[in-house]
Every structure is written in C-alpha cells, then in structure tokens.
Design a protein around this ligand. Structure first.
Ligand SMILES: [Zn+2]
Length: 485
C-alpha cells in the first residue's frame, strides 16, 4: 500500500488527507472509500485515460483508494493527481520516499495535462506549516508562491513523474512579493452637491461604520455608495491573504494569479437568494457577505431584498463572520465587509422629493419603512436623507474630497470593551446623556455614537472626542429617529 499526502478545504482552511492506494490481486476494478463526493468518484475515468495517454500501463488489478480520515467529506477533482501518482508508486514506477516529501493536489484531464484546483493558497499555507514540498498544477503556481517557496508547479502527469524520478530540472517557484494597489482616489466627484452624504460616507470609510442613504430617485445615491470603495486604504498583507483565500475557495480566482491586490466591492441584485448572499449550497460556497470581506458590500434598494435575506444579515453584521452548517459540513467564513445601503423612503420613491408628489398612503409608507426596523436598523450606524439636486448643485464646480481615511482606526470593528473604556470629558458626557434621553438611544446606540464620534475626532486630527464630534455623530443617528418615530 502507498500513502500520498493530499489536502481538503474546510471553509477557508486546508487540512491534510491521506490518499491510500492499494493494488491487490483480483479482478480488475477501481473503488474509492472515505466519504468521497461525486467529483471524486468520477476520478477513475480521468485517471485511467491520463495514465494511458501519458504512456503508462494501467494495472490490471483491483485498485482500492481510501481517503482518510473518513469523517471529513471530500469534494472536487484535486485527488486525481495524488491517486494517479499513488498508482504509479504502487507499480514501482516512482520511489515512494520521493513522493512522500510532497503534498500533492491537481485535476487531470484525459490527455494527462493538469488543471488548477480551488483553494490552492490555503493548501500552500498547510504545506508551509507542515514543512512539506508542494506538487501542484502549473496554473496554481503563482497562488502557491504567495505563501511558500517550496512549490513545484507542473503542466502534466508526465512532468510530475519526471520530477519524482529525478529526471528533470524543475525548480520551485520563487515566492512572489506582495505590492498592494493604491485605490484610485478620484471618488465623490461623479455626483455633484450632496455635501452631507459625502461627509457621512467619508466617516463610514474611515472608521468602518455601516451606512444607509435614503432618498428619492435621481439623487445619486447609488453612485455615491459605489464611490466609498475608492476611499478605503490599500489592503494589508494579512487582509490580502484572507481575501484571496475566500476567492480561491469560491473558485473565483483566475488561473495564474497570485494574491489579490485591491479591496473587493460586491453589489448583489435584490433578487439574490439567501444562499447567494450569506453562503451555502453543496458543496458549501462563500456568499456575497464573505466575498465582500475586507471590502464594500453595496445593497442598492435595500427594502427590495427579501425579508428573510435581510434578516440573515444580522449574524454577519454582528459577529463579522458567518457559520454555515450542512449535513456533513460545518464551515465559518469571515464577513468583515463595510455595508453601504440605499433605499427610497416609500414604495413609489418620491417621499421627500419637493418636485414630485408621493402617491403612497401613510399605511404603505409605514409598512415599507417597518421592514428596516428591528434587526437591521440598529446594526446600521450612519443615516442620511438625500434631496434631489438643485440647479445650483449642477452649476457647482467640482471639488474632489480627498479624505485622509488611513489616519483612522477601524472603530466600527473595535470590541465593545474598548469603546466602553474610553474616558469622556465632562461636557462630552453631558451632551451624550442629553441625547440618550431625547433620542431614546439604546445602549447599543449610545456606544455606537461614541464609536462614530471617535472616528470623526480622528479625521479631525484630535486625540480626544470633543462635543462637536458627538454632535456630528448624533446628526447621522437623528436621521434614523425620523423613521423610527
Ligand atoms: Zn411614495
């Protein structure tokens, strides 16, 4: 029996899998055991054809493959290469001790060429952790090189065989250097006017505070929401790694690409399913909330989304991660996205527009706005109502607002204890106490106000929160009260 080390992806982490290949006397056959999904079961035909078309003999014996440990579900085509090489080692064609230095993954095509597999960056991390070499398809080479300089990326089964038989001079791929892309800072210039909304979105981007833009059509709220992406600072190496892992595991990383260099922006349509937004399916895939991790999630026309889909946002907004449980699988994906949402204030859209008559009844308006109240409203930090642009706005000369958002902490992501520990000046405390009563702020709303005020103070270059910072923070909370009342 030959044992080849391979890998399995659980969420965005990889774990080792032993591929045990046993070639026995008996009627020719091929059997895979060990909780293998359909794509793994189909590997037989690919492996047989690839071996034959690469000039090897396929053994006329009974072949039994065991994928261990048996309690983890294995999906995908990544076991083609380790099984094929295990068979070759079992027939004495390659030295077993050579094969055992590697973690091996790769899909085989019928002609023996190798195809890339999802999740390679996670597998490369695993290999680095276990101090193993990596034998992988060429398409995955750049991705693996982002984390290890011990990966051998080859085009075909024949080349993998040549490497293991010391018949070739293949070198490991040089580890690539990460250079984050500076996001283009030509934001906010696409929409004229809307000074308060722009200021609010700058605060949102600077401190990671979720924001909602409310207003009639034609106010530029969608464009404004999209402009937030350009305000965000470049990815850190750690963030780039995490973001790349998610895209790689979702199968969304193009072949021959290394680490992702800019923050993601996702704009799912309001028809998106719960699984599409939150993650799910079989095998489990990350949803939009995770694809937007370390970036921006834009929900345009928030109230057009299905209620249960919106309800599902509660967990990722609250804990910055989402747990998905299926029959044999349980995975956790990070969801540190910045939510920027837009909505009309009523079903017809024209509530608050001085140029159009709103055609909705009071009841319709209340029912519409009620969809927001409850789970979502207290998880959004900043609100503003937009008014249609005036002639003056259109004639205004454009001044791009280049906000120094990098100077701020991501106060929206700080744990509650860190916010509770902030010592406030007496005048700041007095203002907050007054607001607590007048706005009927919840405990959550109270600390949220401090978080936002902290970001505003930092944007101002101040070490301590001043009364004007709290006043501005309250302004964006006030707007929510208009809906709640
Ligand atoms: Zn209306």
């Amino acid at each position: 029996m030959v044992k080849v080390t391979s890998a399995v992806i659980i969420g965005i982490e990889a774990a080792t899998i032993d591929v045990e290949v046993d070639i026995r006397a008996g009627l020719p056959g091929f059997e895979i055991v060990g909780l293998a999904g359909p794509a793994v079961k189909e590997s037989r035909e690919r492996i047989r054809s690839a071996l034959k078309n690469s000039g090897f003999n396929y053994p006329l014996h009974k072949i039994v493959i065991n994928l261990a440990p048996a309690d983890i579900r294995k999906n995908g085509t990544l076991y083609d290469l380790p099984i094929a090489l295990g068979i070759l080692a079992g027939m004495g064609c390659i030295p077993i001790e050579q094969l055992q230095r590697y973690i091996v993954v790769g899909e085989l095509s019928l002609d023996g060429k190798l195809r890339g597999v999802p999740g390679m960056i996670c597998i490369a991390e695993l290999a680095a952790r276990h101090r193993k070499l990596l034998l992988i398809p060429e398409e995955n080479g750049s991705e693996a090189a982002a984390v290890t300089d011990q990966s051998y990326a080859v085009k075909s089964l024949s080349l993998a065989y040549a490497l293991l038989s010391n018949n070739t001079n293949i070198q490991p791929i040089m580890q690539s250097k990460f250079s984050p892309q500076q996001t283009k800072r030509t934001h906010h210039t696409i929409v004229k006017g809307q000074v308060i909304a722009k200021r609010m979105l700058t605060i949102a981007a600077a401190g990671h505070h979720h924001a909602l833009l409310i207003g009639p059509p034609g106010t530029g709220k969608t464009l404004l929401a999209q402009s937030v992406h350009g305000l965000l600072p470049p990815l850190s190496t750690q963030e780039a790694l995490e973001t790349t892992k998610i895209y790689s595991c979702a199968g969304l990383l193009p072949p021959n690409s290394g680490l992702m260099t800019s923050r993601p922006i996702r704009t799912p349509h309001h028809n998106v399913t719960k699984a599409g937004l939150l993650g799910g399916g079989s095998p489990i895939r990350p949803g939009e909330v995770s694809l937007a991790n370390n970036g921006v999630l834009i929900l345009d026309e928030l109230l057009e989304f299905q209620s249960d889909v919106l309800q599902g946002l509660r967990e990722p907004l609250e804990s910055q991660q989402i747990k998905i449980v299926r029959a044999n699988e349980r995975v956790t994906y990070p969801t540190k996205f910045l939510l920027i949402a837009t909505t009309n204030a009523c079903p017809c859209g024209y509530l608050g527009d001085p140029n159009h008559q709103c055609r909705c009844t009071q009841l319709e308006i209340r029912r519409y706005q009620k969809k927001l109240i409850g789970p979502l409203l207290d998880r959004i930090d900043l609100f503003t109502f937009l008014e249609p642009l005036t002639t003056e706005d259109y004639q205004q000369k454009q001044e791009p607002i280049l906000a120094p958002v990098d100077v701020c902490h991501r106060n929206g992501l700080l744990p509650d204890e860190a916010i509770q520990a902030i010592q406030l000046a007496p005048d700041v405390q007095a203002l907050l106490n007054k607001a607590l009563q007048r706005l009927k702020l919840s405990g959550r709303g109270y600390y949220k106000t401090i978080r936002i005020a902290k970001t505003i103070a930092e944007l101002d270059g101040q070490a301590e929160i001043q009364p004007q910072h709290v006043a501005e923070a309250l302004r964006y909370r006030w707007e929510a009260a208009k809906i709640l009342d």
